[in-house]
Structures are given as structure tokens and as C-alpha cells.
Design a protein around this ligand. Structure first.
Ligand SMILES: Nc1ncnc2c1ncn2[C@@H]1O[C@H](COP(=O)(O)OP(=O)(O)O)[C@@H](O)[C@H]1O
Ligand SMILES: [Mg+2]
Length: 286
């Protein structure tokens, strides 16, 4: 019998839902704290009782990513793969992969110094969006409307200790309704799609920023784009986020590696956790 392992660093709605679902389905499952695991170059797979397939659910991007590298080194199947996490955890790399696969995405310019960032900002024109290349929940995603503020933000970023802060991701502001779309992709299936409406006095639509979920129809077009984006980054269990650009139509702005689905689960009839557990079992049996 296949055994699945949910790895967490903080138990949220999602980790609980996955674990509970597996048990309800009569599947052997365990839920383990990623923070307690250590691995060495001498480690062997048999020293770790982590079942046949691991759902990597760490909130911390780097913790999840590098622990996944270690687990793959031992020979475990991890969802998602290290390679997928590496792409999705970095907005710059994701944008390049999407563009390479001809998936419509907002036009984005990358700059590597304060001077060239200001030049890119000038060329893009206001309003525009400046984002950290690693981050989530809308943190540090700034809509910029004038040069004075742009200058100050770049100045602030230059003084930041993190070398990542000095890599600039300058994106056109998409003319969109006050919502975006989140598609939950599991393997080769879109299990659920929701609109996320931004909260009052908030431009970002993240559920973590008070965004409200509403069910969205999974149209043939949405399905095709979401599956194409998921495949482009290497596949697995993913949250493909799109905006409705008034000119370009649907554009993909990011693909989430450790997808949160609390919002989607609250409005969708689909069994999201069940689909993820079934997918994990299918990966273990490969
Ligand atoms: N180019 C853009 N044009 C308009 N709105 C945007 C743009 N980029 C991001 N947003 C808004 O900001 C939110 C957060 O941006 P996102 O790139 O998804 O970063 P995060 O990984 O922090 O969620 C999006 O869900 C969307 O509502
Ligand atoms: Mg997002």
C-alpha cells in the first residue's frame, strides 16, 4: 500500500486538508515537520521513514526548495520536483520560461543596477509594477505611478542587504478588472478555478491581502493556457495565476509551487485535496 507524507513547516488549512483527506480515503499518511529533518552526504533513503511520495508543503520557499533537493538526492519522489520549485519560486525565471513557451505574460523588463532599473522604468512608463523576484502574498509588489516614488523605492532596494533586492523586475501594469484568476492544476487537470477580488483600498488580489474568492468557470481557453503554463514549468501540483488584460486577453503572471487553496476550497465544489492525494498516489506508483 502506498504511503504519502505531508511535509510542513507551519500547519495551515491546506496541510491539514491533505492529511485528513488521505486518512479519509483510507490511505496511509503521515505529516512531518520539515524543520526537524537533517540529511548528510552519507544518508540513505532507508534511514528516513517518509513513505513513498512526499508532498513538500513548506511555507518558506528556500527551506522547501533545498530540503527537496536533499530528498531527491536520497531517491524520494517529491511533489513538486526541485527543478519546478526553482523555476516557480523565482518570478524572473518564471517569466523567461513562460515567454520561451509562447505563453502570454505581462511584458516585463529585468535590470541589474539602480541606473538601468530607472531606465527600464522610464521606458515602461507609468503606471507600472515593481516586484521582488522571490516572494509571495503580494509582499513588496508595488504599483508605481510616478518617478519620484520610483526613485525612492529603487534607492531603498539598493540599501537592502539581500542581493536579490538589487535585481529589478519591472512589469507593465495590466489593465484588468479588480480581480485575477487562480487555477489549481493537478497533473494534467485543472481541478478548480476562482476569481480573486481585491479587498477595499487594496490593489493586489491575494487572498492573504483580504482578496475574496468567487468560483470562475473553467473555460476551454483558461484550461488550455493553465495546463500549458503548468507543463512549461515542469508540471505537478501548481497554482497558475492569470489576469484578464483588456488588450491581450488572458495573461499568466505567475505559477505557484506550493499552492494555497483555502480560498478556492471555500467556494468550489471540487474535491481539491482529494485530487492532490490521488495525484500523489499516481506519482508513487510510477
Ligand atoms: N502587472 C500587473 N498588473 C496589474 N496587477 C498586478 C500586476 N502584477 C501583479 N498584480 C496584482 O498584484 C498581485 C500580487 O502579484 P504577484 O505577481 O502574484 O505576486 P505574489 O507572488 O506576491 O502573489 C496579483 O495577484 C495581482 O492582483
Ligand atoms: Mg500571486
Amino acid at each position: 500500500m502506498v504511503e504519502i507524507c505531508v511535509l510542513y513547516d507551519k500547519v495551515r488549512f491546506e496541510e491539514k486538508a491533505l492529511y485528513d483527506k488521505a486518512l479519509k480515503m483510507g490511505i496511509k499518511a503521515q505529516i512531518i515537520d520539515a524543520k526537524a529533518i537533517t540529511i548528510s552526504t552519507d544518508s540513505k533513503k532507508k534511514d528516513f521513514l517518509l513513505g513513498d511520495v512526499i508532498l513538500q508543503r513548506s511555507v518558506s520557499h528556500y527551506r522547501g526548495l533545498y530540503l527537496t533537493a536533499c530528498l531527491e538526492f536520497l531517491g524520494f519522489s517529491v511533489i513538486n520536483k526541485f527543478k519546478v520549485g526553482e523555476i516557480c519560486g523565482n518570478k524572473l525565471v518564471t517569466s523567461l520560461v513562460l515567454a520561451k513557451h509562447k505563453i502570454k505574460t505581462p511584458k516585463t523588463t529585468f535590470a541589474f543596477s539602480a541606473e538601468s532599473a530607472m531606465e527600464a522604468i522610464g521606458k515602461t512608463g507609468f503606471p507600472l509594477v515593481l516586484k521582488p523576484i522571490v516572494g509571495s502574498w503580494g509582499r513588496g509588489v508595488f504599483p508605481l505611478r510616478d518617478e519620484e516614488v520610483a526613485n525612492m523605492i529603487v534607492e531603498m532596494r539598493e540599501e537592502n542587504d539581500s542581493p536579490l533586492a538589487r535585481i529589478y523586475y519591472v512589469q507593465e501594469m495590466v489593465k484588468r478588472p479588480p480581480r485575477d484568476l487562480r487555477c489549481i492544476v493537478v497533473g494534467d487537470r485543472v481541478v478548480a478555478a476562482i476569481y480573486r477580488y481585491s479587498a477595499e483600498n487594496e490593489w493586489r488580489t491575494n487572498v492573504a491581502r483580504g482578496g475574496k474568492a468567487e468560483p470562475a468557470p473553467i473555460t476551454a481557453e483558461l484550461e488550455e493556457i493553465a495546463l500549458k503554463a503548468a507543463k512549461a514549468v515542469g508540471g505537478g501540483i501548481l497554482g497558475v495565476d492569470l489576469m484578464e488584460d483588456s488588450e491581450k486577453g488572458l495573461v499568466v503572471h505567475e505559477v505557484n509551487n506550493t499552492v494555497e487553496f483555502r480560498g478556492a476550497a471555500s467556494v468550489s465544489n471540487a474535491d481539491i485535496a482529494g485530487a492532490m492525494v490521488e495525484y500523489a498516489i499516481s506519482v508513487a506508483k510510477r
